[in-house]
Design a protein around this ligand. Sequence first.
Ligand SMILES: O=C(O)CCC(=O)C(=O)O
Length: 286
Amino acid sequence: MPSENTCGLDNITSALCDQYAQDGVVFIKQALHPDWLMLLEMGLQRVMANALQQKHLFYAGEDREFIETVRNFDVTPEIQRLVYDSPIADMVGKLIGSENIWLYSDEFFVKDGGGCGRTPWHQDMPYYPMAGTQIASMWISLDPISKAECLETIPGTHRQTMFDGFNPMAVSEDPTMPYYDAELPPLPDIEAERDKWNIQSWDITPGDVIVLHPAVLHGGGPTLPGGRRRAITIRLYGDDITYAERPPTAPTVPLTPGLSQQLNPGDPLRSPWYPRIRPLPEHQRV
Ligand SMILES: O=C(O)CCC(=O)C(=O)O
Protein backbone atom coordinates (compact mmCIF):
# COMPACT_ATOMS: atom_id res chain seq x y z
CA MET A 1 0.00 0.00 0.00
CA PRO A 2 1.65 3.29 -1.02
CA SER A 3 2.03 5.69 1.89
CA GLU A 4 3.27 8.68 -0.06
CA ASN A 5 3.09 10.22 -3.47
CA THR A 6 5.54 12.61 -5.06
CA CYS A 7 3.70 15.44 -6.78
CA GLY A 8 0.47 17.51 -6.84
CA LEU A 9 -2.43 17.21 -9.27
CA ASP A 10 -0.65 14.99 -11.84
CA ASN A 11 0.01 12.26 -9.34
CA ILE A 12 -3.50 11.99 -7.96
CA THR A 13 -3.71 8.60 -9.57
CA SER A 14 -6.63 6.21 -9.42
CA ALA A 15 -4.57 4.18 -6.89
CA LEU A 16 -4.36 7.24 -4.64
CA CYS A 17 -8.12 7.83 -5.02
CA ASP A 18 -8.70 4.19 -4.02
CA GLN A 19 -6.39 4.64 -1.04
CA TYR A 20 -8.35 7.75 -0.02
CA ALA A 21 -11.64 5.85 -0.24
CA GLN A 22 -10.19 2.94 1.74
CA ASP A 23 -8.09 4.71 4.39
CA GLY A 24 -9.68 8.17 4.40
CA VAL A 25 -6.18 9.64 4.48
CA VAL A 26 -3.31 10.14 2.01
CA PHE A 27 0.05 11.90 2.24
CA ILE A 28 1.23 13.82 -0.83
CA LYS A 29 4.87 14.89 -0.91
CA GLN A 30 5.67 18.38 -2.27
CA ALA A 31 2.15 19.01 -3.54
CA LEU A 32 2.28 22.79 -3.15
CA HIS A 33 4.66 25.29 -4.76
CA PRO A 34 6.49 27.64 -2.31
CA ASP A 35 4.47 30.56 -3.76
CA TRP A 36 1.27 29.11 -2.28
CA LEU A 37 3.01 28.74 1.09
CA MET A 38 4.14 32.37 0.92
CA LEU A 39 0.54 33.41 0.23
CA LEU A 40 -0.61 31.31 3.17
CA GLU A 41 2.01 32.85 5.45
CA MET A 42 0.75 36.33 4.44
CA GLY A 43 -2.81 35.19 5.13
CA LEU A 44 -1.86 33.91 8.57
CA GLN A 45 -0.16 37.21 9.40
CA ARG A 46 -3.31 39.11 8.40
CA VAL A 47 -5.54 36.81 10.47
CA MET A 48 -3.32 37.10 13.56
CA ALA A 49 -3.25 40.90 13.25
CA ASN A 50 -7.03 41.07 12.83
CA ALA A 51 -8.42 41.66 16.32
CA LEU A 52 -11.98 41.23 15.01
CA GLN A 53 -11.26 37.70 13.84
CA GLN A 54 -12.22 35.36 16.65
CA LYS A 55 -9.43 33.19 18.09
CA HIS A 56 -10.07 30.17 20.27
CA LEU A 57 -7.42 29.26 22.83
CA PHE A 58 -6.86 25.60 23.58
CA TYR A 59 -5.52 25.14 27.16
CA ALA A 60 -6.06 28.88 27.83
CA GLY A 61 -3.64 30.32 30.37
CA GLU A 62 -1.43 27.22 30.49
CA ASP A 63 2.12 26.80 29.12
CA ARG A 64 0.73 24.46 26.44
CA GLU A 65 -1.78 27.07 25.11
CA PHE A 66 -2.25 27.38 21.34
CA ILE A 67 -4.57 29.21 18.96
CA GLU A 68 -7.25 27.87 16.66
CA THR A 69 -9.19 30.14 14.33
CA VAL A 70 -11.84 29.11 11.84
CA ARG A 71 -13.53 30.55 8.72
CA ASN A 72 -10.89 33.15 7.89
CA PHE A 73 -11.64 32.90 4.15
CA ASP A 74 -14.43 35.51 4.35
CA VAL A 75 -12.10 38.28 5.56
CA THR A 76 -8.70 37.24 4.19
CA PRO A 77 -7.92 37.84 0.51
CA GLU A 78 -4.79 35.64 0.66
CA ILE A 79 -6.87 32.65 1.73
CA GLN A 80 -9.46 33.40 -0.93
CA ARG A 81 -6.74 33.44 -3.60
CA LEU A 82 -5.22 30.23 -2.22
CA VAL A 83 -8.56 28.43 -2.31
CA TYR A 84 -9.66 29.70 -5.73
CA ASP A 85 -6.33 29.76 -7.59
CA SER A 86 -4.04 27.05 -6.20
CA PRO A 87 -4.25 23.36 -7.24
CA ILE A 88 -5.86 22.49 -3.87
CA ALA A 89 -9.48 22.39 -5.10
CA ASP A 90 -8.53 20.43 -8.26
CA MET A 91 -6.53 17.91 -6.24
CA VAL A 92 -9.38 17.39 -3.80
CA GLY A 93 -11.93 17.23 -6.65
CA LYS A 94 -9.93 14.44 -8.29
CA LEU A 95 -9.48 12.57 -5.01
CA ILE A 96 -13.16 12.61 -4.07
CA GLY A 97 -14.42 12.26 -7.67
CA SER A 98 -16.43 15.48 -7.91
CA GLU A 99 -16.15 18.18 -10.59
CA ASN A 100 -18.20 20.53 -8.42
CA ILE A 101 -16.39 21.70 -5.29
CA TRP A 102 -17.57 23.93 -2.45
CA LEU A 103 -15.63 25.32 0.53
CA TYR A 104 -16.87 24.17 3.92
CA SER A 105 -14.30 26.12 5.98
CA ASP A 106 -10.67 26.85 6.67
CA GLU A 107 -9.09 26.46 10.09
CA PHE A 108 -5.67 27.47 11.44
CA PHE A 109 -3.94 25.60 14.26
CA VAL A 110 -1.17 27.92 15.43
CA LYS A 111 1.36 26.27 17.74
CA ASP A 112 3.85 29.12 17.60
CA GLY A 113 6.63 27.93 19.89
CA GLY A 114 7.82 24.85 21.74
CA GLY A 115 5.66 23.13 24.34
CA CYS A 116 2.22 23.73 22.78
CA GLY A 117 -0.23 20.95 23.65
CA ARG A 118 -1.86 18.21 21.60
CA THR A 119 -5.02 18.78 19.64
CA PRO A 120 -7.18 16.04 21.19
CA TRP A 121 -8.18 12.96 19.18
CA HIS A 122 -11.49 13.45 17.40
CA GLN A 123 -13.48 13.20 14.18
CA ASP A 124 -14.68 16.42 12.56
CA MET A 125 -17.86 15.06 11.05
CA PRO A 126 -19.92 15.10 14.28
CA TYR A 127 -19.41 18.88 14.48
CA TYR A 128 -20.50 19.46 10.88
CA PRO A 129 -24.14 19.67 9.68
CA MET A 130 -23.58 17.24 6.85
CA ALA A 131 -23.78 13.65 5.58
CA GLY A 132 -22.11 12.02 2.58
CA THR A 133 -18.71 10.84 1.43
CA GLN A 134 -17.33 13.43 -1.03
CA ILE A 135 -15.45 15.57 1.44
CA ALA A 136 -11.78 16.11 2.23
CA SER A 137 -9.64 18.32 4.43
CA MET A 138 -6.20 19.31 3.20
CA TRP A 139 -3.80 19.87 6.11
CA ILE A 140 -0.82 22.09 5.29
CA SER A 141 2.05 23.02 7.62
CA LEU A 142 4.05 26.20 7.06
CA ASP A 143 6.88 24.80 9.16
CA PRO A 144 9.10 21.72 8.86
CA ILE A 145 8.02 19.34 11.63
CA SER A 146 8.85 15.88 12.89
CA LYS A 147 6.48 12.93 12.85
CA ALA A 148 5.93 13.40 16.61
CA GLU A 149 4.58 16.93 16.01
CA CYS A 150 2.57 16.11 12.89
CA LEU A 151 -1.15 15.61 12.42
CA GLU A 152 -1.86 12.00 13.44
CA THR A 153 -4.55 9.86 11.81
CA ILE A 154 -6.02 6.37 12.17
CA PRO A 155 -6.70 5.04 8.66
CA GLY A 156 -10.06 3.45 7.91
CA THR A 157 -11.91 4.92 10.89
CA HIS A 158 -14.08 7.11 8.60
CA ARG A 159 -15.94 3.88 7.73
CA GLN A 160 -16.51 2.94 11.37
CA THR A 161 -18.25 4.45 14.42
CA MET A 162 -19.08 8.15 14.50
CA PHE A 163 -18.15 9.18 18.04
CA ASP A 164 -19.20 12.28 19.92
CA GLY A 165 -16.84 15.24 19.56
CA PHE A 166 -14.63 16.44 22.42
CA ASN A 167 -15.70 19.59 24.18
CA PRO A 168 -13.28 22.35 23.06
CA MET A 169 -13.98 24.30 26.25
CA ALA A 170 -12.91 21.40 28.50
CA VAL A 171 -9.76 19.99 26.89
CA SER A 172 -7.55 20.81 29.90
CA GLU A 173 -9.86 18.86 32.14
CA ASP A 174 -10.65 15.88 29.89
CA PRO A 175 -9.82 15.73 26.15
CA THR A 176 -12.55 13.10 25.64
CA MET A 177 -15.32 15.02 27.44
CA PRO A 178 -18.39 14.68 25.18
CA TYR A 179 -19.54 17.67 23.17
CA TYR A 180 -23.22 16.74 22.71
CA ASP A 181 -23.35 14.16 25.51
CA ALA A 182 -25.65 11.14 25.20
CA GLU A 183 -26.55 11.30 21.49
CA LEU A 184 -23.32 9.71 20.20
CA PRO A 185 -20.88 7.23 21.84
CA PRO A 186 -18.07 9.01 23.73
CA LEU A 187 -14.60 9.15 22.18
CA PRO A 188 -12.23 6.38 23.26
CA ASP A 189 -9.13 7.56 25.15
CA ILE A 190 -6.75 6.90 22.25
CA GLU A 191 -3.85 8.81 23.81
CA ALA A 192 -3.96 6.53 26.86
CA GLU A 193 -3.72 3.40 24.66
CA ARG A 194 -1.72 4.52 21.65
CA ASP A 195 -0.23 1.09 20.98
CA LYS A 196 -3.71 -0.37 20.43
CA TRP A 197 -4.38 1.93 17.47
CA ASN A 198 -2.85 2.03 14.00
CA ILE A 199 -1.59 5.62 14.25
CA GLN A 200 -0.08 7.15 11.12
CA SER A 201 1.90 10.38 10.78
CA TRP A 202 4.78 11.79 8.74
CA ASP A 203 7.87 14.00 8.91
CA ILE A 204 6.78 17.15 7.11
CA THR A 205 8.70 19.44 4.78
CA PRO A 206 6.69 22.56 3.84
CA GLY A 207 4.88 21.78 0.57
CA ASP A 208 3.88 18.29 1.75
CA VAL A 209 0.16 17.88 2.49
CA ILE A 210 -2.06 15.37 4.26
CA VAL A 211 -5.56 14.94 2.88
CA LEU A 212 -8.03 13.36 5.28
CA HIS A 213 -11.70 12.54 5.40
CA PRO A 214 -13.16 14.49 8.33
CA ALA A 215 -14.67 11.31 9.77
CA VAL A 216 -11.19 9.79 10.22
CA LEU A 217 -10.05 9.78 13.85
CA HIS A 218 -7.22 12.27 14.09
CA GLY A 219 -5.34 14.42 16.57
CA GLY A 220 -2.56 16.99 16.40
CA GLY A 221 0.90 16.44 17.79
CA PRO A 222 2.34 18.88 20.35
CA THR A 223 5.36 21.03 19.58
CA LEU A 224 8.74 19.89 20.90
CA PRO A 225 11.05 22.30 22.77
CA GLY A 226 12.12 25.05 20.34
CA GLY A 227 9.50 23.89 17.84
CA ARG A 228 6.97 25.83 15.79
CA ARG A 229 4.00 24.38 13.91
CA ARG A 230 1.61 26.69 12.06
CA ALA A 231 -0.89 24.66 10.08
CA ILE A 232 -4.08 25.29 8.16
CA THR A 233 -6.75 22.87 7.07
CA ILE A 234 -8.83 23.68 3.98
CA ARG A 235 -12.10 21.72 3.94
CA LEU A 236 -13.80 21.13 0.60
CA TYR A 237 -16.75 19.02 -0.47
CA GLY A 238 -18.48 17.71 -3.58
CA ASP A 239 -21.82 16.65 -5.02
CA ASP A 240 -23.01 13.96 -2.62
CA ILE A 241 -22.80 16.03 0.57
CA THR A 242 -26.21 16.82 2.04
CA TYR A 243 -27.48 18.82 4.98
CA ALA A 244 -27.83 16.78 8.19
CA GLU A 245 -29.07 17.84 11.59
CA ARG A 246 -26.87 17.60 14.64
CA PRO A 247 -28.04 17.28 18.25
CA PRO A 248 -29.49 20.60 19.46
CA THR A 249 -27.41 20.47 22.67
CA ALA A 250 -24.39 22.20 21.08
CA PRO A 251 -23.73 24.39 18.02
CA THR A 252 -22.09 23.07 14.89
CA VAL A 253 -18.55 24.28 14.14
CA PRO A 254 -18.21 26.78 12.58
CA LEU A 255 -21.57 28.22 13.61
CA THR A 256 -24.02 28.65 10.73
CA PRO A 257 -27.17 30.25 12.14
CA GLY A 258 -30.05 30.24 9.67
CA LEU A 259 -28.94 27.11 7.83
CA SER A 260 -31.57 24.95 9.53
CA GLN A 261 -34.25 27.41 8.38
CA GLN A 262 -33.20 27.11 4.74
CA LEU A 263 -32.43 23.40 4.37
CA ASN A 264 -34.12 20.13 5.24
CA PRO A 265 -32.10 17.02 6.15
CA GLY A 266 -31.08 15.31 2.91
CA ASP A 267 -31.06 18.53 0.84
CA PRO A 268 -27.83 19.18 -1.09
CA LEU A 269 -25.64 21.39 1.13
CA ARG A 270 -26.01 24.69 -0.73
CA SER A 271 -25.81 28.00 1.10
CA PRO A 272 -23.96 31.32 0.89
CA TRP A 273 -22.02 30.01 3.90
CA TYR A 274 -20.31 27.60 1.49
CA PRO A 275 -18.94 29.32 -1.62
CA ARG A 276 -18.58 27.38 -4.85
CA ILE A 277 -14.90 26.92 -5.78
CA ARG A 278 -15.11 24.64 -8.87
CA PRO A 279 -16.03 25.20 -11.62
CA LEU A 280 -14.37 28.55 -10.93
CA PRO A 281 -17.21 31.07 -10.52
CA GLU A 282 -17.53 33.79 -13.19
CA HIS A 283 -16.66 36.58 -10.69
CA GLN A 284 -13.29 34.90 -9.99
CA ARG A 285 -12.30 34.69 -13.65
CA VAL A 286 -10.08 37.28 -15.36
O1 LIG B 1 -3.19 20.35 13.36
C1 LIG B 1 -3.79 20.04 14.37
O2 LIG B 1 -3.28 20.12 15.48
C2 LIG B 1 -5.22 19.54 14.31
C3 LIG B 1 -5.78 19.49 12.94
C4 LIG B 1 -7.20 19.04 12.87
O3 LIG B 1 -7.80 18.63 13.84
C5 LIG B 1 -7.87 19.12 11.59
O4 LIG B 1 -7.25 19.54 10.61
O5 LIG B 1 -9.07 18.75 11.52
